[in-house]
Design a protein around this ligand. Structure first.
Ligand code: HEC
Length: 152
């Protein structure tokens, strides 16, 4: 019985992943890998778009996204922390950036749980998302705007 349930869950995930990929056909294979990774982490990008409303007061995403109170959030997954040119980050963010840390799914999850715990004295005045599903969905949504460059 258990095996059947897992197989069904797997098929459902692949189907929803294909739907995300199709709706962003212009993006690269790497993006699709990131979407798959996020989907495997349990995220639903469409639900994540709704969660993103909480971020919109300060962040833009997508074509033509510009700096608001916070930097634009394209290509965040796998990106180095705090490197958007011209943005004046807090000292805490600069310190993380100097450690060459990267926005992995784990780090994004920790940031979204409690920004103040992740970045010392951050300028991002946002309490955090207590709901695990909201965080997973949000990450899946961000993944649809992310590409990962291969190392050369
Ligand atoms: C009140 C404004 C505000 C809200 C709301 C907000 N942010 Fe931020 N965000 C910022 C600021 C300002 C920074 C820069 C932080 C610093 O320098 O300490 C930031 C930084 C970030 C970064 C790191 C960017 C980088 O260049 O490394 C990510 C990712 C991020 N925010 C995502 C989100 C998401 C997703 C949400 C919604 C859940 C959100 N933020 C809500 C203002 C905000």
């Amino acid at each position: 019985m258990k095996l059947v349930t897992y197989a069904l869950a797997g098929a459902f995930m692949l189907a929803s992943t294909a739907a995300f990929a199709e709706s962003h056909a212009a993006e690269t294979e790497n993006t699709q890998l990131m979407i798959i990774e996020a989907a495997l982490a349990g995220g639903d990008a469409a639900a994540g778009e709704k969660v993103f409303k909480k971020c919109k007061a300060c962040h833009m995403i997508g074509d033509g996204a510009k700096t608001r109170t916070g930097p634009p959030l394209n290509d965040m997954i796998g990106a180095e922390m705090g490197v958007f040119e011209g943005f004046k980050y807090s000292k805490g963010m600069v310190a993380l950036s100097e450690e060459n840390l990267v926005w992995t799914i784990e780090n994004l999850n920790a940031l979204f749980l409690k920004p103040r715990d992740f970045i010392a004295k951050t300028k991002m005045s946002f309490a955090g998302l207590k709901n695990e599903e909201d965080r997973a969905n949000l990450i899946a949504y961000l993944a649809t705007f992310s590409t990962v460059e291969a190392d050369d």
